[in-house]
Design a protein around this ligand. Structure first.
Ligand code: ZN
Length: 155
């Protein structure tokens, strides 16, 4: 089982990253805490549409969060970009080849060890990503091909 992401309240996260606390910023962080691996559309839909906010504003918030390191964007090959709250451990993922479902999975040997290259070949490695691929349980149990559902994660 993956280690649970420690819950840090959105206002604390924003302050830690030097960002002003605004309702769209809080809404984006809350949406990703509730539904990790969401596509941008799903995250932006979670931002209340008011006079001050719009789809573009939601997009801007998502970009700001990614730039400031609050949100990590992952893009499995052939899938829409997904977003998740960034943690220091660069959580590995498993991705379904049929429906694009994404789940968090820990390395069998423990994350730090698994992410250490046997030879850095002179590079100063500062990041590693691990993605495993294969059919999810729902797709394995279906004979009919699954329809992609971007932004939706199997519970
Ligand atoms: Zn699937």
């Amino acid at each position: 089982m993956p280690q649970p992401t420690p819950h840090v309240p959105p206002d604390v996260l924003l302050r830690e990253h030097g960002l002003r606390i605004t309702s769209p910023r809080v809404a984006v962080l809350t949406a990703l805490a509730e539904a990790p691996h969401s596509g941008a559309d799903a995250v932006i839909r979670a931002v209340p549409q008011t006079a001050e906010t719009s789809t573009q504003a939601g997009n801007d918030v998502l970009h700001t969060h990614a730039d400031r390191g609050l949100v990590r964007r992952i893009q499995p090959t052939g899938s829409v970009a997904r977003n998740e709250l960034r943690t220091d451990n660069n959580q590995p993922h498993v991705v379904c080849r049929s429906c694009g479902a994404v789940e968090d999975v820990d390395c069998a040997t423990g994350q730090p060890r698994c992410l250490v290259a046997s030879d850095d070949t002179g590079f100063v490695i500062d990041e590693a990503e691990v993605t495993w691929w294969g059919p999810c349980p729902a797709c394995r149990n279906q004979n009919a091909p699954a329809h992609p559902t971007p932004g939706v994660t199997h519970a």
